[in-house]
Design a protein around this ligand. Sequence first.
Ligand code: UDP
Ligand code: MG
Length: 153
Amino acid sequence: MQKTLILLKPDCVQRSLVGEIMNRFERKGLKIVAMKMIHLDDEVLKDHYAHLADKPFFPGLANFMKASPVIALALEGHSAVEVVRTLVGATSGRKADVGSIRGDYSISVSANLIHASDTPENAEIELKRFFKEGEIFNYQRVDVDFIYADDEK
Ligand code: UDP
Ligand code: MG
């Protein structure tokens, strides 16, 4: 099974959408294997958004991401990276498909509620960025036999 890193961004926390969005991931069948609240700082944001450091919107993005604590999650499931990106939707909440999380709850390119790893390689790097060894749990969910077929587990 694959793991992916999610951040519920400050807009998600401030707009009281944490429970609603967590519910979508849980109902899909994704397993929560780690979760914590953290206040991001410039050091971690420079790493996390290194691919955007030269963009004119980077300072505003960094301020937004520091505006309140965020919730970091590790989710596990079959093809979790791709499945979560599909649930989350396109970067702009204005363009994201209706039915996706961003499509349903965001009307902004920046304040788009969630970060989700975009490739399995980046998921591994990002999980290590936010979770120490021992903070990601290994356990069996009781409903696993009804979420997956035998050859998918
Ligand atoms: N972002 C922004 N303006 C832009 C593009 C991106 O503020 O024009 C922010 C937005 O919050 C986005 C984050 O930068 O989620 C990371 O951008 P990326 O292209 O990696 O999009 P994502 O993977 O989050 O869909
Ligand atoms: Mg990205």
